[in-house]
Design a protein. Sequence first.
Length: 100
Amino acid sequence: MPRSNARRRPSKMVLRLYVAGTSERSMRAIVNARELLDEHVAGRYTLEVIDLFQQPTLARDDQIVAVPTLIKKLPEPLQRFIGDLSDKRVTIVGMDLRRR
């Protein structure tokens, strides 16, 4: 008998963090994202950091209008978080990491 999707272990999170060079705000966003993810979904995520100065096409494809922006691509639904992720409570609730 197949198991229900609700009982399976949560799938791996796939995220992209768009930054603008090595600005203080960009560096803070990278550190905050890694700390948050390591604390709540350690070993179950991939985080791709993309510098829009180096890869502007990806930013255009993902419709990035501000940086830093964190995009949670998987599991769905797709979510966007704009800013340096300093307010971790907002990000935890928004990404629904409380249950993980």
